[in-house]
Design a protein around this ligand. Structure first.
Ligand SMILES: Cc1cc2nc3c(=O)[nH]c(=O)nc-3n(C[C@H](O)[C@H](O)[C@H](O)COP(=O)(O)OP(=O)(O)OC[C@H]3O[C@@H](n4cnc5c(N)ncnc54)[C@H](O)[C@@H]3O)c2cc1C
Length: 400
């Protein structure tokens, strides 16, 4: 069976939902295909319990629906999910769950339309969607990345990616090594130490660390001042609060945090309490791992070693676009991230777009969604667009 719809959106995370909402505002029919059985599965199933939005809510609104005024500045995970659930209802977003997109290619025989082949994972049946426009919204964080480390496959303890970590309830008294000192790594190390685990963290290179409030001030000031000025202030605030932490293994980079973010997308770490645990010696810092030996022994690059029961890799994520996108891959580099730099990253040729790949979090997602919908509106054949009622009827048809 082939299902024709003007726009197919792959992925029902915040980026897919935001794009669908913007298209619905223009009454442009679309369908969101999601491999999981729920929307926002990253936030619902692959995020730790204590997670809150790292950035203030002013920087995380999706288009056309600001956060409610009674939400706290840093929105907890469950409230963010509540907001997304309301978003789906309010904008009547049409999502087909349990649909794993297996391939998307350009059908030259059929007026150059997109042919999207999907597996319904509940029935194992194949479905084909034919669309004028394809929006890739499968996320920068589609799949956990674990680096190759000598001896890891034989590790006698347990190891996991941070997307599998919920809390440290079962890790009391265990020796746990967190690898990576980004937002997730530092927060998980803090959480583990709260749960009574003997916690260590691998910090491979220089890192900026700030409180959420400092980042909030910095991001607000960026609206009025140049990056260099704001970066100087950020460093001053960090030094006043934390002092020199180099003796504890935390060395600040030479360049400022917002400069680095702009240059390469490296996000400064938001400290929720881990730095003071490091200062007190309650969380121990190690350099990079060199190898893993028998008896759960881990060796580090400076010659130190230690025995660990559990390793948690907070070492980032991979995009999986290139696994299923067969044509117009030219929009993406070999890592499945857009080739053009921001702000030109969201559009390719022949009706392909990507939302949520600018390394600018939810603010970047709102930017992409608005531009994609406006661009489609310019070129879509307005005459053939169904009225709002027919549009709704076509969703109903799809939902059958
Ligand atoms: C722990 C964590 C905390 C974060 N905190 C913040 C924050 O505070 N503020 C902020 O602005 N940003 C934050 N981010 C960054 C970013 O905003 C989030 O990652 C956000 O969820 C990205 O949305 P997305 O829709 O692009 O991707 P995702 O949320 O990853 O959604 C992609 C969807 O696509 C689906 N999918 C993938 N492949 C297929 C396929 N082949 N077929 C069908 N469906 C598929 C997935 O199941 C998923 O539901 C955070 C990220 C992480 C990991």
């Amino acid at each position: 069976m082939e299902i024709e719809v003007p726009v197919v959106i792959v992925g029902a995370g915040p980026a897919g939902l935001a794009t669908a909402a913007c298209l619905n505002k223009y009454s442009i029919p679309n369908v969101v295909l999601e491999r999981d059985d729920c929307h926002a599965s990253l936030w619902r199933k692959r995020a730790y319990d204590r997670l809150k939005l790292h950035l203030g809510k002013d920087f995380c609104n999706l288009p056309h629906m600001p956060f409610p005024p009674d939400f706290p500045t840093f929105v907890p995970r469950v409230d963010f999910l509540r907001y997304l659930d309301n978003y789906v209802t309010r904008f009547k977003i049409s999502i087909r769950y349990n649909r794993n997109v297996e391939s998307a290619s350009m059908d030259e025989q059929n007026n150059g339309k997109w042919r999207v082949v999907v597996k319904d994972t509940t029935t194992n049946a194949d479905e084909v969607y034919v669309a004028n426009y394809l929006v890739v919204a499968t996320g920068e964080n589609s799949e956990g990345y674990v680096p190759q480390i000598e001896g890891l496959e034989g590790f006698e303890g347990k190891h996991m990616h941070c997307s599998e970590y919920l809390n440290g309830r079962d890790l009391y008294g265990k020796h746990v090594l967190v690898v990576g000192c980004g937002n997730s790594g530092m927060e998980i190390a803090y959480d583990l130490s709260n749960w009574g685990a003997n916690t260590s963290i691998v910090v491979r290179g220089p890192v900026h660390y700030f409180t959420k409030e400092m980042v909030y001030v910095g991001m607000s000031l960026l609206k009025y001042f140049k990056i260099e000025k704001v970066d100087k202030l950020m460093l001053l605030m960090s030094k006043l609060k934390y002092g020199d932490m180099s003796n504890y293994g935390l060395i600040r980079p030479k360049d400022g945090p917002f400069f680095l973010k702009k240059k390469g997308g490296t996000t400064p770490t938001i400290d929720v309490g881990c730095v003071s645990r490091i200062k007190k010696g309650e969380v121990k810092v190690f350099p990079a791992i060199s190898s893993i030996k028998e008896d759960k022994l881990i060796e580090f690059e400076d010659g130190q070693n230690g025995q660990f029961d559990v390793i948690i890799f907070a070492t980032g994520y991979n995009s999986t676009v290139l696994k299923w996108l067969k044509d117009y891959r030219g929009l993406f580099n070999e890592n499945g991230m857009p080739k053009p730099d921001f702000p030109n990253h969201w559009k390719g040729e022949n009706g392909i777009y990507c939302a949520g790949f600018s390394r600018r979090g939810l603010d970047g997602i709102a930017f992409d969604a608005k531009r994609i919908a406006a661009d489609i509106k310019k070129t879509v054949n307005i005459k053939n667009l169904p009225s709002e009622e027919d549009n709704f009827a076509s969703f109903k048809l799809l939902e059958k």
